[in-house]
Design a protein. Structure first.
Ligand code: FES
Ligand SMILES: [Fe+2]
Length: 461
């Protein structure tokens, strides 16, 4: 664990955790937590082992035998649907010597055969065969050998897993955010389906930096994306339905326990997020009147579920396309490294509509590694990674700022009470002048980082 001695590790990490906790009400946080090896090591055990980590979508493993390779923290898991239709996730580590036995990112198989000595597991995780069993392992009952598996739970097609089975159920964990998730990722009768393989790229930034950005940081758009904004023709597409003050009262930020979403709506206009007119025929009848009303006026949603799942459903302004929906995972690869995975989803009703798919794909691509927006962000996020690694910030215990939306900071941020805006704390000018999203996500970070570890080889160092 890290390079520090055990006692240093403990006191440094504890101090940063405490500073984060006490800073939430003041709107400050220790900048160092955005790139620190000891904090990162603690995050893997305290956050990633026992949080609900996004693993995949039901539509990716529809048939018995389908599997995809996914990670919890940095641990490689195989998400499978077994022959009986059950969904499971196994650690890709053979119980003989630990060899990895899954070499493909996805596929369909009833069995996995370990390449090292040939033990064979069925896709329900049980050991089925060992070469030369009669000669080598007479007394070993294969039923006593099982792959390590994760605890799984699902919501609206989303499959989440955790290694330590403690804390709230997925349903409890998502809480009020379920209302938004239903709207963002399950608005039509047939539901969403993942289209094609995900876009993936490696970047040199901390997973929290991007999770925070997508949890409602619209403030950065003015500076970071100035060029993209200027080249955009805002008079085209559904955005032309916006009144002139398009940034004004129509931007909202909704914060629930463990999640924050920024969304933009039009005022009493029918935008339906840029969907074809027949979208109204496909609405999911389970949506409440308020959810349907919000969808009618919607333009975009960007949100993060702590720790590292981002959801997007948007129509891009100008000529960039959409609507598209995406799930993103900020896959940690180290304190200053991340693998970004972005899945594209569309309502099943539109999968065969070529014109729609072409536009939707363009929207999804606009917010990808080669898109107009992402390249702006990446340079800055990598800079954050370099600066927050610094010993200056460590030695000085320097603090960053997240005071927007707190008392005395802005006349323009106001808490909304209309149920149409959804549950949780919803504010106007969300994300542009309100850093409630960052405070929400760092509250979840504090809650989980300050909780004692359980299980073998855990606890205080
Ligand atoms: S490590 Fe898998 S069979 Fe030996
Ligand atoms: Fe951005």
């Amino acid at each position: 664990m890290g390079s520090s001695s055990n006692s240093e590790y403990s006191s440094r990490v504890k101090r940063m955790i405490e500073q984060t906790g006490s800073g939430i009400d003041e709107g400050s946080f220790p900048l160092k937590i955005f790139n620190d090896q000891d904090i990162y090591d603690a995050e893997l055990r305290r956050i990633f082992a026992r949080s609900w980590v996004y693993l995949g979508h039901m539509s990716e493993i529809e048939q018995p035998g389908d599997y995809v390779r996914r990670y919890i923290g940095e641990d490689p898991y195989i998400l499978t649907r077994d022959e009986t239709g059950q969904i499971q996730a196994f650690l890709d580590s053979c119980m003989h010597r630990g060899a990895q036995f899954c070499t493909a990112d996805k596929g369909n198989t009833s069995h996995f055969r370990c390449p090292y000595h040939g033990w064979t597991y069925s896709n329900d995780g049980t050991l089925q065969g060992m070469p030369k069993k009669a000669e080598a392992y007479q007394g070993l009952d294969p039923e006593d050998v099982e792959l390590e598996s994760a605890y799984l739970d699902t919501f609206k097609g989303l499959i989440f897993g955790r290694i330590v089975d403690e804390g709230p159920s997925l349903e409890e964990y998502l809480g009020d955010f379920k209302w938004y998730l239903e709207l963002i990722l399950d608005p039509t009768e047939k539901g969403m389906t993942v289209v094609t393989d995900a876009h993936r790229w490696q970047a040199n930034h901390n997973w929290k930096t991007s999770a925070d950005n997508f949890g409602g940081d619209n403030y950065h758009v003015f500076a970071t994306h100035q060029a993209a904004e200027e080249t955009d023709d805002l008079d085209r597409g559904p955005w032309k339905k916006l009144p002139d003050n398009r940034r004004g009262e129509f931007n909202h930020l909704a914060c629930t326990d463990n999640a924050a979403v920024s969304y933009q709506i039009t005022n009493d206009r029918e935008t339906y997020m840029g969907y074809p007119d027949d979208i109204t025929e496909h609405f999911n009848s389970d949506l409440s009147e308020e959810q349907t009303e919000l969808f009618r006026r919607s333009l975009f949603y960007f949100g993060t579920i702590f720790p590292n799942t981002t959801v997007v459903h948007a129509v891009q302004s100008g000529g960039w396309g959409g609507p598209w929906a995406a799930i993103r995972k900020w896959q940690p690869r180290g304190p200053g490294e991340v693998e970004v995975i972005s899945w594209w989803l569309v309502p099943e009703e539109y999968e065969d509509n070529d014109a729609f798919m072409e536009r939707s794909h363009r929207g999804w691509e606009s917010l990808s590694a080669g898109g107009a927006f992402e390249s702006d962000d990446l340079t800055i996020w990598e800079g954050i990674s370099e600066s927050t690694k610094s010993m200056t910030l460590d030695i000085r215990e320097s603090k960053g700022n997240m005071q927007q939306g707190m008392d005395g900071m802005s006349d323009e941020v106001e808490i909304l009470e209309d149920p149409m805006h959804g549950p949780g704390e919803v504010t106007t000018n969300g994300g542009f002048y309100d850093e409630r999203g960052t405070r929400t996500l760092l509250s979840s970070w504090y809650e989980q980082m300050s909780r004692e570890e359980t299980g073998a080889n855990s606890g205080e160092q």
